[in-house]
Design a protein around this ligand. Sequence first.
Ligand code: SAM
Length: 307
Amino acid sequence: MKIEVVLTEAEIVQELTEAVEARDLPEKFFYWGPLPVRAWLARAADPAFAGLRCAWQQLAAKAAWLLEPFGPPIHAISFGAGDGSTDRLLLDAIRQSGRELKYYPVDASQALLEMACAGAEDLDIETDGIKADISSPMHLVFASDAAESPKLLLMSGNTLGGFDPLDHIKHLAQCLHGDDRLILDAEIYQIDGSVPHPDTLRQFAFAPLAALGVSADDGEVRFEYKRDQSIAGLHVTAAHFRPDRDLRIATPDREVLVQRGEHINLNFSYRFTTEALHTLLVERGGLRILDQIPSPDGRHLLLVCSR
Ligand SMILES: C[S@@+](CC[C@H](N)C(=O)[O-])C[C@H]1O[C@@H](n2cnc3c(N)ncnc32)[C@H](O)[C@@H]1O
């Protein structure tokens, strides 16, 4: 297994301590370490996400159309690849079509990245993992330069929704050249405001603090639903934790005292109306939408974009 390390574990540990001190945990910590990884895999396996996988399978059935501009080998770079299981729905179809393929999963989570590499290698797909921070424009460019254009850039599992989508789409668009294709999915806002399986969402949101020894009895995880006014149709769910007692949180570097009643910002997740996604990609990202596939349950939209 080959993994190039741009973001080291020492850097992640230092950032974790700073994040607890700032009472604000960045997205990468919800997938870092055994307990958060388990909570994420449990959430990702939830039947509520079957519709999303169905949309990727429908795209896989159109692989011949998707790959028209590409000569061999096909290079696929996946930002926030996770365990790679969503990507493999498409990659396996490409492999089965007899096209030569090289896969570059990019993630901050060593454990998930290893799963992505191992899963692709099991399918005999040549794989180079990249451990990098996709919230850093420099790391994004570095990872996207792993292969020459034309290439496929993938972003699956509503990964876009874990970042400020306006900033992130601009940085992603800068990685796209000529005949490159960006394939991403996003979660569609539901009129009734519902989110798939709130129970696994709560465990997932609390997992980084649980990994630091905070107990569910030490306070309460709350969710706040807001509109983001920067584009009509942008909605965000933000989780935070409020301790009921003073806590000494033992980060790997040092202990951080968090007092009763303070707020620790946990993760947030954007949901989009279809119109908001179009505005984001076309007007803010300067991209063209070549195809879109709604999931059968209407909870996700998969889009194929070019420059
Ligand atoms: C919502 S999950 C999606 C995973 C996968 N694409 C899927 O469809 O199952 C987001 C992924 O992005 C990764 N991630 C989050 N923040 C990151 C960061 N700043 N840099 C690199 N990877 C990050 C997480 O480790 C996780 O694997």
